[in-house]
Write a protein that binds this ligand. Structure first.
Ligand code: BGC
Length: 838
């Protein structure tokens, strides 16, 4: 049954919940939105009080000098914006800044919520007394009082709304329909953290493009994606939605998504506008707790957290979503430093900013606004153009303008930004859906999402058995396979945190795929669920143990449910949930070789497993083709090539744990950290009860083949400081290495280049990723791989928050993970130093 339909069965109840403002996760919101419902419109009247702006709008001056998106800066587009803006009343202008969530309701068309009386303590509706009034989004659309909709999905539904806006409203301005299409629309690919493990930006562009093509047939022209928040703490559930802990990888992935969604022209059919989120530093939530504050130095902000957002903006992202969190005491959705100074001022962002869901209202909870009017004023003057669901801009802005607390040109500029995107996306010419609507996973897209899943898997351990061969790939001689675990046959869980419009019916589980194989090869598949994902009952254990005893090899499919990560999915424990650890130990005790597959939206603590299980593979949430992709890798049709985008800790107490950590004055050089300290070995930076390092570090992942590295070199022993500072866009030198496939099968290696800077005025990480390449080699084949290193790779932020290079030493490592050990060095020298040397 379709995910949307299954929920739609309960639509009345859920709509009531939503109408009551009850919190529900975004997936449910999106599901409900799909329902195709009819409407009855009453009393469509244009708002009064026309308040046109003058022909010589002052806002043109606000067009940035170096716009991030050339299409939005096109003079002919600007002329159209001017013409339209001149005709707009104040209410029509405000309407463009208002967005509501589609609850799927028919007649009352509540997109906001019912009074909070129905709410119990702690639910979202109770947090927002203003939004807890009814709004009629369809009437708003028809009167020009609405600019965009969230989660209105499907040709029939979007076209219904669009006709109201285009046919009935005075100025015929089309609506923009946005949705959380995060890892696929109907054909689902791995969650973003899994995709990042592929280290394959081209793949990310291809799947993003595919999702854009599918969703735009259903009227969705705006994706709330990519999420590019750096996450160094897996307790934070939204780690699953991003590219992990590293800014360089994060930036590469961010660009790749934008290329896929927007292509080279926002108006081309199949392209959608992206919304880069959540600006900014949401991933640094203190203690990994969802929505929590973030607090960091400006250097850390700029060096670690901002690069992926900047990369996405520079790649032309049409919109940005402001985050829920506060940053150094100022909520991101009312933060002029982030939204005006950095985003628009420094990066030249010329799209529009939409708030996160009720983030404007939440300013009152942050304690920086005592009332809705103040929250509204702070948000819009800081640079939040569109209010998603707070119900504040439409209720508060008219009064704020009339009283002069918000200048008219602030409104005009926000409206311009929205209109630019609407014109650039071609909405005025093509407001309705075109072509055949995609309503199920597309068969022609399955090979691509299968490939994406295969590339996302990270082989963490693959020990040799008594035979001398590693356990994986599975030997054809292992005829009797026991498949055990709560993730082995769950369609729902394969989809991951954001299901788009994905449907259970389209998913291939591992059980199905292994059954197909067993049938073809004459093998036997024994299946036992063993336990639930998060349960205490051991009722299923005996059957699982029996299956294990009867098998040649056991595949255990354990991990988290898809709802344990994603929004609102922070965990204080990183262990296997429920009694899965007990199941694991009971099955291992059966004495058969065990392959452990971990499905999760974050790194888990796999300490026990690493000590007792020969083969472990992290498989995230693989999407529509989960089963086939897993079977292909388990049986060796494809060799795993994924690398970890986040470090896997030994214990939750190590968090936040990341490879590009900083040095300390007491490094534990040569100290055996696996033993408790004695004497002086205590007085180094360490834990007394655990090593400092990750169990499986960033960049790590095994293959069925093996690779060796030789000749790690740099093309220059020194570069001049002046040259480094002046030539900011060309490579200053090259780092190279020769990589050889030393195994007996063709396989792909992700070659990684890390850099360390020593001797500058500000301490720098012990190493940082500055390049990576996927290289496919046949047995015995070698290839020289080179990484250009320029200002971007070698610079760091100084105390004035400017990127710079100083005279200092650099070490470069090239290898197969963040533990790469082969190095080369070079120096940045000043002319005086060169003269001294002579
Ligand atoms: C999430 C965003 C999402 C938005 C719209 C929010 O709660 O934080 O990531 O895009 O809802 O569904």
């Amino acid at each position: 049954m379709s995910r949307m339909n299954s929920i739609y069965g309960n639509a009345v109840g859920l709509v009531m919940m939503l109408a009551a403002g009850l919190w529900t996760n975004s997936r449910v919101r999106s599901i409900l939105a799909c329902a195709t419902l009819c409407l009855a419109l009453v009393g469509v009247e244009p708002y009064g009080a026309a308040q046109a702006t003058t022909a010589d709008s002052p806002h043109q001056s606000k067009q940035v000098a170096h716009p991030s998106n050339a299409q939005l800066a096109d003079p002919s587009l600007e002329a159209r914006v001017d013409r339209l803006l001149r005709k707009m009343t104040l209410e029509e202008k405000i309407g463009q800044l208002v967005q509501y969530n589609d609850t799927g309701d028919t007649s009352a068309v509540q997109t906001s919520g019912a009074p909070p009386v129905a709410n119990k303590q702690g639910v979202m509706g109770a947090l927002n007394p203003i939004s807890a009034t009814h709004v009629n989004a369809m009437q708003m659309a028809a009167t020009g009082g609405l600019g965009s909709m969230l989660n209105t999905i499907g040709a029939e539904r979007t076209n219904t709304y669009q006709h109201l806006a285009v046919d009935r409203s005075r100025l015929h301005i089309p609506l923009l329909f946005g949705a959380d299409v995060i890892h696929g629309f109907h054909t689902i690919y791995p969650v973003p953290l899994g995709l990042a493990a592929s280290f394959d930006p081209e793949l990310v562009t291809a799947v993003s493009r595919m999702a854009a093509e599918e969703a735009s047939t259903a009227g969705v022209r705006w994706f709330y994606s990519p999420m590019v928040d750096i996450s160094r703490d897996p307790r934070w559930g939204r780690s699953v939605e991003g590219a992990g802990e590293d800014p360089y990888l994060g930036a590469a992935m961010a660009r790749a998504y934008i290329r896929g969604y927007q292509g080279d022209d926002l108006s081309k059919p199949g392209n959608v506008a992206a919304s880069v989120k959540h600006f900014a530093a949401y991933g640094a939530a203190e203690a990994g707790r969802e929505y929590n504050r973030t607090d960091m130095s400006e250097i850390t902000l700029r060096q670690v957290y901002l690069p992926p957002y900047q990369a996405a903006v520079e790649a032309g992202a049409a919109t940005v979503m402001s985050a829920f969190n506060s940053l150094n005491g100022v909520p991101a959705s009312a933060n002029p430093f982030l939204l005006s100074k950095i985003l628009r001022g420094e990066w030249g962002f010329n799209g529009f900013v939409v708030s996160d869901y009720t983030a404007v209202m939440e300013l009152t909870h942050h304690g920086i606004a005592l009332d809705p009017a103040t929250a509204t004023r702070k948000a819009i003057t800081a640079g939040v153009d569109v209010d998603m669901m707070s119900h504040f801009y439409d209720t508060q802005l008219p009064g704020l303008i009339r009283s002069g607390q918000v200048p008219m040109d602030v409104i005009d500029e926000a409206v311009r930004r929205v209109l630019r995107v609407k014109f650039a996306t071609g909405l005025f010419e093509h407001p309705y859906t075109e072509g055949v609507e995609v309503t199920a996973a597309v068969d022609g897209h399955r090979p691509l999402v299968r490939k994406a899943a295969e590339e996302s898997f990270v082989l963490l351990q693959n020990d040799k058995l008594a035979s001398g061969a590693p356990l994986l790939p599975l030997s054809p001689a292992s005829k009797r396979v026991a498949l055990i675990g709560p993730l082995a046959d769950s369609t729902w869980e394969m989809v991951g945190a954001w299901g788009g419009a994905g449907s259970d019916r389209d998913i291939v589980t591992l059980r199905q795929a292994l059954a197909e194989r067993a049938q073809q090869s004459g093998g036997t598949l024994l299946y036992a669920k063993g336990t639930e994902i998060d349960d205490a009952s051991q009722a299923g254990f005996p059957e699982a143990i029996q299956a294990a005893q009867a098998a040649d090899v056991v595949i255990l499919a354990l991990g988290e449910s898809s709802s344990m990560s994603g929004e609102g999915g922070s965990r204080a424990s990183l262990d296997l949930p429920g009694n899965q650890q007990q199941l694991l130990e009971a099955v291992v005790a059966a004495g058969k070789p065990v392959v452990l597959l971990i499905f999760s939206g974050r790194p888990l603590v796999l300490d026990w497993a690493a000590k007792h299980i020969p083969a472990i593979m992290e498989v995230w949430f693989p999407g529509t083709e989960a089963g086939h992709a897993l079977a292909n890798v388990l049986y060796g049709d494809v060799s795993p090539s994924g690398k970890l985008p986040m470090s896997f800790p030994r214990a939750v107490g190590q968090e936040p744990l990341y490879y590009n950590q900083f040095p300390t004055g007491r490094p534990p050089l040569g100290t055996d950290l696996s033993k408790p300290p004695t004497g002086d070995s205590r007085f180094v930076s360490r834990y007394i009860d655990l090593p400092n390092d990750a169990l499986f570090p960033f960049g790590y992942g095994l293959s069925y083949s093996s690779f060796s590295y030789q000749d790690v070199k740099v093309s220059k022993a020194s570069i001049q400081l002046l040259q480094a500072l002046v030539n900011r866009s060309i490579p200053l030198l090259e780092a190279t290495a020769t990589v050889t496939n030393t195994g007996d099968r063709t396989a792909t290696e992700v070659v990684q280049c890390y850099v360390r800077n020593l001797g500058a005025s500000i301490e720098q990480p012990v190493r940082s990723l500055k390049g990576f390449q996927r290289v496919t080699l046949s047995p015995g084949e070698s290839k020289q791989v080179s990484f250009p290193l320029g200002f971007n790779e070698l610079s760091f932020f100084n105390l004035d928050s400017s990127p710079t290079i100083e005279t200092s030493h650099y070490t470069v490592w090239i290898g197969s993970s963040s533990l790469a050990s082969q190095e080369a060095t070079f120096e940045v020298v000043s002319p005086t130093r060169i003269a001294d040397a002579h």
